[in-house]
Design a binder for this molecule. Sequence first.
Ligand SMILES: C[S@@+](CC[C@H](N)C(=O)[O-])C[C@H]1O[C@@H](n2cnc3c(N)ncnc32)[C@H](O)[C@@H]1O
Length: 231
Amino acid sequence: MIDNQQQTIKTWFDKTYLTRGEMYLRPKEAYYIFAELLQIKPDAKFLDVACGLGRMLEIGLDYKAECSGVDISSVAVEKAKLKLPDAVIVEANAEALPFADNMFDFVTCLGSLERMLDKDKVLQDIKRVTTADSRICFMVRNSNSWRWLFTKKLFFAVNKKGHQDAKNYQQWKALFEQQQLEIVSCIPDQWPIMRILQILTFGKFNGYKNKQNSFTPLQYANEFIFILKKN
Ligand SMILES: C[S@@+](CC[C@H](N)C(=O)[O-])C[C@H]1O[C@@H](n2cnc3c(N)ncnc32)[C@H](O)[C@@H]1O
């Protein structure tokens, strides 16, 4: 049973993937950093929660992991399945993952947790499907970033149908810690700066793949990249 607000979010994403397709997401090269931070190993069991069109799953397959993904958008899931026949991709709500307990070594959830209605349930279910030694990566939006404060809040540009939302570092930390998830590291997402460098160098700058040190102070980051483990 899917409630009204959840249906609105799903419909918004279905429409977005139908109309904007791949253009809605960052390019593939922007996703390597998550695999590098997690140190995904060959044959490891890897799950991408809210996998969209499967960008992160493509990286997981490049790293020779056994890849699974879920997303609430049936359009995204159909497109991702066509593109990535070697991954298991299922339409599902992240609040009720269709997988057995203790299955995954690595999990990512990128640009999506803030869109979810019951975040505690999502975190509990990610904990359920991961092993004791798993590493989990979330990229989540910072409510103290200039972009969120000025372009979104000031100009009322927050997308309510897609449930766009944000929290500051302390609020994300509290949410994770309440669910007994320990923060291993947190860095600012650097893609916006990398993108500017690429544009300024007419596409010649290609240092993002291995870039883990930050240009941006954490408090001004557009998004945070958290690496977590169960405690
Ligand atoms: C901004 S997109 C990011 C997609 C993907 N993680 C990426 O980075 O390419 C957010 C995704 O979250 C998915 N989503 C939102 N709420 C969800 C939920 N409750 N369960 C599963 N997926 C959800 C949307 O369908 C959408 O694909």
